[in-house]
Design a protein around this ligand. Structure first.
Ligand SMILES: *[C@@H]1O[C@H](CO)[C@@H](O)[C@H](O)[C@H]1NC(C)=O
Ligand SMILES: *[C@@H]1O[C@H](CO)[C@@H](O)[C@H](O)[C@H]1NC(C)=O
Ligand SMILES: *[C@@H]1O[C@H](CO)[C@@H](O)[C@H](O)[C@H]1NC(C)=O
Ligand SMILES: *[C@@H]1O[C@H](CO)[C@@H](O)[C@H](O)[C@H]1NC(C)=O
Ligand SMILES: *[C@@H]1O[C@H](CO)[C@@H](O)[C@H](O)[C@H]1NC(C)=O
Length: 478
């Protein structure tokens, strides 16, 4: 009996350890106020997250990751793909962003992401000619540098590089998108030759966002939807159906067993009627449970390597795809967890460990001044505030979507004020705004106080320097 209980404990500890091991996260940095990389690395460690996918190879990020043991995917942004078509440039890149960190106590680099969803239809074929040569050059340069066995180059692709025909829209009919079929075949041949994985980003949220008739339950892992039946295989969620469509496309190219890495998967919490805490919590609970069970898809039973998207909200991301873009974090902008999430997949009602030692600006807010007389310029001032700060929570169905005009104005003014590091001059708005030390939050709409951010606090001194040099120049030339 005692032995039995002991075994159960050991087994479940083993399970816990291995669960967390297979989950990675995407660490994006398109925020006006970034948490210091050291705080983020601590946050990852505190939560047992030991894999991270980056969107560049920024020195401060890499410096913070050094010695942590965390597995890292570094990246080459799309706008550098053309440069990497020169083998010399690729070698230079590998030297500066890989070799440099490959020492004992350095960075545990496992992958290089060459581009980010370069074949997305909305990029109008801009990266069609440059991606594959860049992939070849980078992998070859890695091999030449002596790291070919441990570091693999891959291309994170959007799930729109494959599909099944409208006439037979089942996973087993999956093929490469017809306009890039030859290119995709060349890419997977090269990946296969180098034992590199195929990387794909899969977004059930976007299926729901794109189509009002999409069956909601099919976006989640907990069943309740009418299954799609494909040669006797039942699909009850879009993630599996999508993943197996890729497996079919790979198989049709002759690489049905190629390892697949899910580069991004997640659910946003604001900025759309389907982007909310409840749905995000449900989505992750289902996903993490499967990770815990090491359960793959109907066609590919082994669990793929998975990277959640994303770690932290990014208030400076483009909202071209939708307002939800700035709300993908499992943590808020300040490293606070948003909802209960059990990374061990045991479904316990626990929160992630929050970021430690986060420094905030003072508890001050900028709000609409109820004594303002002339309201004729209110609209213009709200527009101005929202052009230079993040008002995506104000939209329909979002966390601040129910405010009245004054609440809207306060929200917008405060976001601008916080983005400007609470500079007093940024809370004027032609007399329509005023400062307050009273928390202006209303219901579930949080009027935030920003964090202290090194990248922004540098600005005033940079400005002072400019003024200083300006004065010198003035004296020299006048
Ligand atoms: C690679 O390293 C160089 C030199 O440190 C740096 O300027 C560049 O931004 C890095 N590349 C990326 C994609 O981060
Ligand atoms: C793609 O083409 C559309 C329509 O011509 C244009 O509006 C858009 O800006 C283009 N996008 C890129 C990334 O070039
Ligand atoms: C890619 O190459 C093709 C064929 O050489 C050419 O027609 C096309 O303009 C190129 N596309 C870009 C974006 O450079
Ligand atoms: C508040 O702002 C949002 C976003 O700009 C807008 O859609 C909404 O109509 C505004 N509501 C009121 C009452 O002004
Ligand atoms: C302001 O109030 C909201 C809602 O009560 C709360 O969640 C938030 O933490 C408060 N903000 C600060 C800076 O105290």
């Amino acid at each position: 009996m005692a032995l039995h209980r002991f075994l159960i404990i050991v087994l479940s500890l083993g399970l816990l350890g291995s669960v967390v091991e297979s989950i990675g996260v995407n660490w994006g940095t398109q925020a006006t106020h970034k948490l210091p990389p050291k705080i983020i690395v601590e946050l990852l460690k505190d939560n047992g997250i030991n894999k991270v996918k980056l969107f560049d190879a920024d020195q401060s990020t890499m410096g913070a990751l050094a010695g942590s043991g965390i597995e890292v995917m570094v990246a080459i942004p799309n706008d550098q793909l053309a440069t990497m078509n020169s083998y010399d440039s690729a070698k230079q890149w590998v030297k500066r962003n890989i070799t440099r960190y490959m020492f004992t106590g350095g960075v545990n680099i496992k992958y290089v992401a060459v581009g980010n969803e370069p074949f997305l239809a909305s990029y109008n074929n801009s990266f069609l000619n440059t991606t594959f040569p860049a992939l070849q050059n980078i992998q070859n340069a890695i091999i030449e540098a002596g790291f070919g066995d441990t570091i693999k180059a891959t291309v994170p692709l959007n799930a729109d590089v494959y599909n099944s025909p409208a006439s037979n829209s089942v996973p087993s009919a999956g093929r490469w998108r017809s306009d890039i079929s030859d290119l995709m075949t060349s890419i997977v041949q090269f990946l296969n030759k180098n034992n590199a994985p195929f990387t794909v980003n899969i977004y059930p949220f976007l299926s729901l966002y794109a189509d009002d008739n999409f069956p909601v339950n099919f976006a989640f892992f907990d069943g309740g939807s009418q299954p799609i039946v494909d040669n006797g295989v039942q699909y009850t969620n879009v993630f599996d159906a999508n993943f197996d469509t890729l497996v079919a496309a790979l198989k049709a190219s002759g690489f049905g067993d190629m390892p697949i890495l899910v580069g991004e998967v997640g659910w946003p919490t604001d900025g759309d009627k389907n982007a909310n805490i409840g749905y995000a919590q449900r989505f992750y609970a289902g996903l993490l449970k499967r990770v815990a069970l090491k359960q793959g898809t109907p066609v590919r039973s082994t669990l793929p390597e998975i990277y959640l998207f994303g770690l932290i909200d990014e208030d400076a991301k483009s909202v071209a795809p939708g307002n939800f873009e700035r709300h993908w974090g499992i943590f808020r902008y300040d490293g606070q967890p948003k909802f209960p999430m059990d990374l061990s997949g045991q479904g316990q009602n626990v929160f992630l460990v929050p970021a430690k030692n986060v420094e905030y600006l003072p508890k001050k807010w900028c709000v609409f001044n109820p004594n303002a007389k002339d309201l004729s310029k209110l609209g213009d001032n709200i527009d101005f505030a929202c052009t230079f700060s993040d008002c995506t929570a104000l939209g329909y169905g979002s966390s601040c979507g129910g405010l009245d005009t004054q609440g809207n104005a306060s929200y917008a003014f405060n976001m601008y004020f916080q983005t400007q590091n609470q500079k007093e001059m940024s809370c004027v708005f032609e007399g329509l705004a005023m400062l307050t030390t009273q928390n202006a939050s209303q219901g579930q709409c949080n009027y935030i106080v920003q964090i202290l951010s090194s990248s922004w606090s540098l600005r005033p001194s940079f400005m002072a320097l400019m003024v200083f040099w300006g004065l010198i120049a003035f004296h020299l030339f006048c």
